[in-house]
Design a protein around this ligand. Structure first.
Ligand code: NI
Length: 411
């Protein structure tokens, strides 16, 4: 049991860590200073960092190394020779190209960069959990692997860590995202789809430019693009079941340079968000045939460039339930989270390894990616404690017979 004063200290520590991170935001793939700081904090706590050859980002482990060797493959329990369970906890560490407008005393020191999605909060919470887990390392019935992941905002970091082997041997994985519209002390959990597959598209329409007064002498790409964009609206309303969901948004449209010239090109781009794999496939196929068909009808041609984003975040029911129990045991209010149409590259981990992604209430005034995005720091020690408990609970779930008195059978 920790003394109350110690709890306050560890709470202040994670808040100080978060503030340092907030002052030093780095963009996706450029998180060098952040990486060094995380390594330093882990090193000071005696937590072993595992080298996966990453440019940015950090992987570390707690537990399982009775002999104290610093290898990432310490999977064997030295007593029983059995493979130890491995639970991964992930935090993303990157920031956004946004100029901060919070006016906080610890606002970004780097102009035009900001932790506007709260990844500083996630990183600090995971460090807080790591420091606490390190103190009880001897009682862990397995290994906790800490993934400080770079480049979430570009949906690249999870795939980098997977390619590097950082997910190998992991039995269950958990991640969190702060949620400004939930109160502090509330955790959003959901088995099944939680966040959307987030694909993008760029469409280029080729016509034939001409004088605006003689459109019959050319092929107008603007009229074609307008009809395509209108026809695309029928995909969600006519091809997706009322019981499923999808969003198609055209967010940019470019054509022309003068009021009296029909240009020879028009281009637009946007995004498609879906939750179910079949809906994702249907939307893409329909999108491509609508674009090609309408372009042909107007005598033009069109090309679609597909920007495949992360798949949907689909939580495993068993691990969502374990997370629910851990949060309840921490006296937190657990709600059934509604799905979010935002994307999250944690989805790539869940395609390989079962686990759960959770929403943590931070009671912020603005949504993610807002220049005045902010959160209540009281949520930080709570979240660190939740991650600590969740890791321990998940290890016990995976190694129920470790106590020796129980049989190895299922319960
Ligand atoms: Ni985020």
């Amino acid at each position: 049991m920790s003394a109350p004063s110690k709890r306050v200290d560890s709470g202040q520590r994670v808040i100080a860590i978060r503030r340092w991170l907030h002052e030093h935001p780095e963009l996706s793939g450029e998180e060098r200073e952040t990486t060094e700081a995380i390594k330093q904090w882990l090193h000071e706590a005696g937590i072993r960092v595992i080298d996966y050859g990453l440019q940015t980002g950090v992987v570390a482990e707690i537990g399982g190394s009775v002999g104290g060797h610093a290898s990432g493959a310490a999977f064997q329990s030295e007593k029983s020779g059995r493979r130890l369970p491995v639970v991964a906890l992930r935090a993303d560490i990157d920031a956004l190209p946004i100029r901060e407008e919070t006016g906080l005393p610890f606002a970004s020191k780097i102009d035009g960069r900001m932790h506007a999605c709260g990844h500083d909060f996630h990183t600090a919470a995971l460090l807080g959990a790591a420091l606490a887990l390190k103190e009880r390392e001897n009682e862990l019935p397995g290994i906790v692997r800490l993934l400080f992941q770079p480049a979430e905002e570009k949906a690249k970091g999870a795939q980098q860590l997977i390619a590097a082997g950082a997910l190998d041997g992991v039995d269950a994985i958990f991640g969190i995202h702060n949620k400004p519209d939930l109160p502090v002390g509330t955790i959003g959990v959901r088995g099944g789809p939680l966040m959307a597959a987030a694909d993008g598209f760029v469409v280029e329409v080729d016509g034939i430019g001409t004088h605006a007064a003689s459109p019959e002498a050319g092929l107008d790409p603007i009229v074609t693009a307008a009809h395509i964009i209108t026809a695309l609206q029928s995909i969600v309303s006519r091809n997706v079941s009322a019981l499923d969901s999808a969003v198609i948004s055209v967010t940019r449209l470019n054509a022309g340079s003068a009021w009296n010239v029909i240009p020879d090109k028009a281009a637009f781009d946007g995004t498609i968000r879906t939750f179910a794999k079949e809906v994702r496939q249907t939307a893409r196929h329909r999108f491509e045939s609508v674009v090609a068909g309408v372009a042909t009808a107007f005598g033009t041609t069109a090309r679609v460039k597909w920007l495949e984003g992360p798949p949907a975040v689909v939580n495993d029911n068993r691990w969502a339930e374990v997370a629910r129990r851990s949060a309840t045991a921490e006296q937190l209010e657990v709600i059934e989270s509604s799905p979010s149409p935002a994307g999250e590259d944690f989805a790539f981990y869940l395609q390989r390894t079962p686990g759960a992604f959770l929403f943590v209430g931070v009671d912020g005034p603005h949504p993610w990616h807002h220049p005045a995005f902010d959160l209540k720091e009281e949520a930080l020690p709570i979240t660190a404690k939740l991650l600590e408990r969740l890791a321990v609970d998940a290890l016990h779930e995976l190694a129920p017979a470790e106590s020796g008195s129980r049989s190895a059978g299922h319960h």
